[in-house]
Design a protein around this ligand. Structure first.
Ligand code: NAG
Ligand code: NAG
Ligand code: CU
Length: 430
């Protein structure tokens, strides 16, 4: 009897959810026009990817409407979604608030196990500590997109919940950076070294020749490579690393072989125009429009295989990392130790989401699948390893960031930023 009543209640709930008309559901889901106020930086006209984002909005609204009808949106609507914006579209004050929040995270104590990670000094380092020791979990073909989505989200949560940040994680528009670095680096809102930037370029270091692959330089030095001396994070103490995945060899050695010990040193950067030229809007737009399946999209993003006769054909993933190499930004293990990491992986998350939203039925839960051995996605970080496609059932996989955040299970819960992970995710990109 109790069971029968339970079933009755459950089915009437479902019936209740289904009873919403499309118009009613759409009203709950909300619209961009009514719900999202966006400021833009007039210096930058909309690029091809920005235009594509505009074109995708009606698809996002339709997708959310369907979810409301099905009762699976977990309260996520366009009225309460967080809005992740490009750095230069934030006001100067908002940028400074973001910098203050990251600086705050660098002052909070670490939560990663002290015996395992003596070099993790701050809460900011906790993210580095996880990334450097869980490379396989984070970077296999099933995990790269969802695990990094969750990683960025967990970082945003830490900024908001532990450091009182009111905004959302910004992303970087590589095309803007490429243009700024080509025309007037002193005006780059990301890297000009003023108080509303992410800090400046590193001092010149002639030993930094650029980024190599095998014995070939694929990204020549942008003229930096030494310590950052201007702006936010110029006084930052980098502690974890380097690891064997570093892009520069003459750094002080870490006392622990895996790089988890304490190795205090400066933040080094080579703000790199040639890297940015590998991620221009025409490249990203082509990838979005031409990738009919997730393997094409994934491989293209990772630059696998590299495009021949194209000096910047190393893929957007590689490009974004090396915009702000070298230490820790150019170390595949400790790259989250440069705050630029979150801007880059946020930008990749934006592209993945836009690709998914073209056809959510087919694409939302699509996982890249390989039948053959392919180069490690961080291959251009100088790694020699080959990686085998995972045979595991993705429905049985989880995202487990240990001390950073509760488990996401199954993996596909981290595929949908509009209401998944039990409703914890609810954000859009502009
Ligand atoms: C949705 O919102 C309602 C009202 O605020 C709340 O009671 C409920 O727990 C929320 N559900 C989820 C899945 O967050
Ligand atoms: C910092 O740089 C940005 C972007 O070029 C500019 O808009 C802003 O006015 C600069 N702020 C200061 C304090 O110079
Ligand atoms: Cu990573």
């Amino acid at each position: 009897m109790a069971l029968a009543r339970g079933l009755l209640v459950a089915s009437s709930l479902i019936a209740g959810a289904q009873a919403l008309t499309v118009a009613e559901a759409a009203a709950i889901a909300g619209t961009y026009a009514a719900n999202i106020k966006v400021t833009r930086n007039p210096v930058y006209p909309l690029d091809l990817v920005d235009q594509y984002e505009l074109e995708t909005r009606s698809k996002v609204e339709a997708y959310l409407t369907k979810k409301v009808q099905a009762g699976t949106n977990n309260n996520c609507t366009l009225a309460n979604a967080g809005v992740r914006q490009e750095w230069a579209d934030l006001s100067i004050e908002e940028r400074e608030e973001y910098v203050a929040a990251v600086t705050c995270l660098m002052k909070l104590p670490a939560q990663a196990p002290k015996d395992r990670f003596p070099g993790a000094v701050s809460r900011f380092d906790d993210f580095v500590a996880y990334h450097m020791t869980h490379a396989m979990e984070l970077h296999n073909n099933y995990n790269l997109f969802p695990a990094h989505k969750h990683f960025i989200w967990a970082f945003e949560q830490a900024l908001r919940n532990e450091c009182g940040y009111k905004g959302y994680q910004p992303y970087m528009n590589y095309d803007r950076i490429a243009k700024d670095l080509t025309t007037n680096p002193a005006n780059s809102p990301h890297w000009n070294g003023n108080s509303s930037s992410l800090g400046g370029n590193g001092e010149p270091d002639p030993e930094h020749k650029g980024i190599g692959q095998g014995n070939r330089i694929i990204i020549p030095s942008g003229g930096g490579g030494g310590c950052v001396k201007s702006g936010p994070f110029s006084d930052m103490v980098v502690s974890l690393g380097p690891t064997s995945m570093t892009s520069i060899k003459h750094l002080p050695k870490n006392p622990k072989a895996d790089g988890t010990g304490s190795n205090p040193r400066c933040l080094r950067r080579d703000i790199n125009k040639d890297a940015a030229l590998g991620a221009t809007a025409d490249r990203a737009h082509k990838l979005l429009v031409e990738s009919k399946n997730v393997d094409t999209f994934y491989n293209g993003l990772l630059g696998s295989p590299p495009v021949r006769d194209d000096p910047h054909g190393f893929g957007i993933h590689t490009a974004g990392h090396y915009i702000h190499a070298v230490d820790p930004g150019g170390d595949a293990g400790t790259s989250p130790g440069d705050p630029g990491f979150y801007f880059h992986h946020g930008a990749l998350d934006r592209l993945w989401w836009m690709w998914q939203m073209q056809d959510p039925e087919e694409r939302l839960n699509a996982v890249p699948m390989y039948g053959k051995v392919i180069p490690m996605d961080h291959g251009s970080h100088g790694m020699k390893e080959k990686r085998q496609a995972r045979e595991t059932d993705p429905n049985k996989m989880v995202v487990d960031l240990k001390w950073l955040s509760p488990l996401v299970s199954p993996l596909m819960q981290a595929h949908d930023q509009l209401g998944s992970n039990g409703g914890a995710y609810c954000y859009i990109y502009i």
